[in-house]
Design a protein around this ligand. Structure first.
Ligand code: GDP
Length: 194
């Protein structure tokens, strides 16, 4: 995919603030600090389009990034930060639920996990939630540059087992730092938005 243009389109809490057109969207969910912003930035060759989290949990909005004027990446608020109160978690749930249930533009929701760690029970909940809406269940296992190639398969297997994934090909090891598997991910995304 040749990226000609990428911009922040809008920041939303509720549906009224979502972009009002019919461009296809791919959304990204994941734990705070997992590397979701870095993933988005690396895919579009930017260093600071998506905000990278200095402060975990600061992001309670849905951010829409428009790419090549033809489709969008949607950054969903991260979860799993230690200091979240019950009302914050409820708010987070509402924001995501409304987007997942009401957004016709949405083509796929992709879960971003850290390849070094076994997914948490929140990751599993998120994954099951995504699957329950009928999405494919693609997982980006990022920060793969932090482990040796000999461990890729072992760590992918841990993610596969924890999330109950049948098809290993749904889990794509990735590195934002080293751009590992960037073209492969674009191939998958191009299919989704075409
Ligand atoms: P977010 O909260 O999920 O958006 O996470 P960020 O994108 O802000 O990343 C969290 C931290 O992980 C930052 O310090 C990033 O530099 C680092 N990071 C993210 N992706 C990678 C990667 O692929 N490789 C390495 N080595 N570090 C990464």
């Amino acid at each position: 995919m040749k990226i000609i243009k990428s911009d922040l389109h809008s920041i939303a809490v509720g549906p009224k603030q979502y972009p009002q057109d019919d461009l296809p969207e791919i959304a990204f969910a994941g734990r705070s600090n997992v590397g979701k912003s870095s993933f988005i930035n690396s895919m579009v060759n930017r260093t600071n389009l998506a905000r990278t989290s200095g402060k975990p949990g600061k992001t309670r909005t849905i951010n829409f990034y428009i790419i090549n004027d033809s489709f969008r990446f949607v950054d969903l608020p991260g979860y799993g930060y230690a200091v979240a109160s019950k009302s914050e978690i409820e708010k987070w749930g509402e924001i995501i639920d409304r987007y997942l249930t009401q957004r016709e533009n949405l083509r796929e929701v992709v879960l971003v996990v850290d390849i070094r760690h076994e997914p948490t029970s929140q990751d599993l909940q998120m994954y099951q939630w995504i699957k329950s809406f009928g999405y494919t269940g693609i997982v980006i296992a990022t920060k793969v540059d932090k482990i040796s190639k000999g461990n890729w398969q072992k760590n992918v297997k841990i993610i596969k087992d924890k999330l109950g994934i049948k098809d290993t090909n749904l889990i794509i090891p990735y590195s934002s730092e080293k751009k590992i598997n960037k073209e492969k991910v674009w191939q998958v995304f191009e299919e989704i938005i075409s």
